[in-house]
Design a protein around this ligand. Structure first.
Ligand code: NAP
Ligand code: ZN
Ligand code: ZN
Length: 349
């Protein structure tokens, strides 16, 4: 075991604070990563505050991890000391079920091992995430990071990036389509970048006009204020695909009405309270409501390579770990442009 330093939530109402713990000694197939940056996802807040139930404390959140390889086990192939490396939301799975074999480890039929707030495959060792100085992960769950991008701005790709890239690829978002992205936060702003990169006409739905200019700069063709009933009515029946990233309870029916016949809305946001669905909004126009969960390892690598090739990164605000509690409060108010990223140097001062 090796000593590790991080920030942890000790209970659902506690502020995050410094926390000492231990990581396992690397096994033959393990990679030890010195964490340089870790993005702050709204899922970190949901779990640190036990908004989804079943949270385990103390909890070290963080699943948007980038850093450099510090050591490798003797059977590791493809990574050497000094390489850049990334870790997202998954650190293990059964590797034998149908989903795992297809590279869809997020849907592992015996349950994937999350980067934090999860049990290892032994069923008793708790995982701790990236708000920490280093991490030990099996090579099968470590991603290669393009070297031409700003490393801090790559971190959010490991969750916000893949969570928006994957459904747009699955539902084949492309040129000629009109695509909506609901909520301009960490996920939403990556959704806008990908929809634009895939050639779709991209429309952002946001709760106020405050983010309009940013949305256009990020790649939106239009911005609609979702609290303006007239503006919403003007969008009815016009969308092929809508990606809903909203983190708080809201009326999903209002967005289903905006789909064309046979259009699809994919929900990726996970509000504390389940939405109420009006069946008629689906029935009228044979619309589809679907969900999507992060992405498997092969697709996450594909997304990172795509971002390297097309120079896509997240728009970030770099913070020292000491500002994490303030960052959570700001995210809840929608005051983030557009992802907080922790500079883990601040852990070592
Ligand atoms: P975030 O950065 O906090 O952004 C959420 C955005 O939702 C806000 O910026 C805001 O956009 C909008 N919003 C918030 N409250 C709202 C309300 N009451 N009504 C309408 N819009 C509201 O969060 P995030 O990190 O992008 O995460 C978004 C959600 O996705 C979270 O629930 C998270 O847990 C979930 N998530 C899911 C997956 C998955 O695999 N499915 C992966 C990662 C995260 P505007 O300011 O533009 O209105
Ligand atoms: Zn996340
Ligand atoms: Zn599996």
């Amino acid at each position: 075991m090796t000593p590790a330093l991080g920030y942890a939530a000790t209970g659902p109402k506690a502020a995050l604070s410094p926390f000492k713990f231990e990581r396992r000694a690397p096994r033959d197939t393990d990679i030890v990563i010195d964490i340089q940056y870790c993005g702050v996802c709204h899922s970190d807040i949901h779990q640190a505050r036990d908004e989804w139930g079943g949270s385990m404390f103390p909890m070290v959140p963080g699943h948007e991890i980038v850093g450099t390889v510090k050591a490798v086990g003797k059977s590791v192939k493809g990574f050497k000391v000094g390489d850049l490396a990334g870790v997202g939301c998954l650190v293990d799975s059964c590797r034998t079920c149908g989903s795992c074999k297809e590279g869809l480890e997020q849907f592992c039929e015996s349950g994937f091992v999350g980067t934090y707030n999860s049990y290892e495959r032994d069923g008793k060792t708790v995982t701790y995430g990236g708000y920490s100085d280093h991490v030990v992960v099996d090579q099968a769950f470590v991603l290669k990071v393009p070297s031409n991008l700003n490393l801090a701005a790559v971190a959010p790709l490991l969750c916000a990036g893949i969570t928006t890239y994957s459904p747009m690829r699955h539902w084949k978002v492309s040129k000629g389509q009109r695509v909506g992205v609901v909520g301009l936060g960490g996920l939403g702003h990556m959704g806008v970048k990908f929809a634009h990169a895939f050639g779709a006409q991209t429309v952002v739905f946001t709760t106020s006009l405050k983010k309009k200019e940013d949305a256009m700069r990020l790649g939106a063709d239009e911005v609609v204020v979702s609290k303006d009933p007239q503006a919403m009515a003007a969008q009815r029946g016009r969308f092929d695909f809508i990606l809903n990233t909203v983190s708080a309870p809201h009326d999903i029916n209002a967005y289903l009405q905006l789909l064309k016949r046979d259009g699809t809305m994919v929900v990726v946001g996970i509000p504390e309270k389940a939405p109420e669905l009006e069946a008629s909004t689906l029935i009228m126009g044979r619309k589809r409501l679907a969900g999507s969960l992060i992405g498997g390892l092969p697709e996450t690598q594909e997304m990172l390579d795509f971002c390297g090739k097309h120079n896509i990164v997240s728009d970030i605000e770099l913070i020292p770990i000491q500002k994490i509690n303030e960052a959570y409060e700001r995210m809840i108010k929608g005051d983030v442009k557009y992802r907080f990223v922790i500079d883990t140097k601040s852990l070592r001062v």
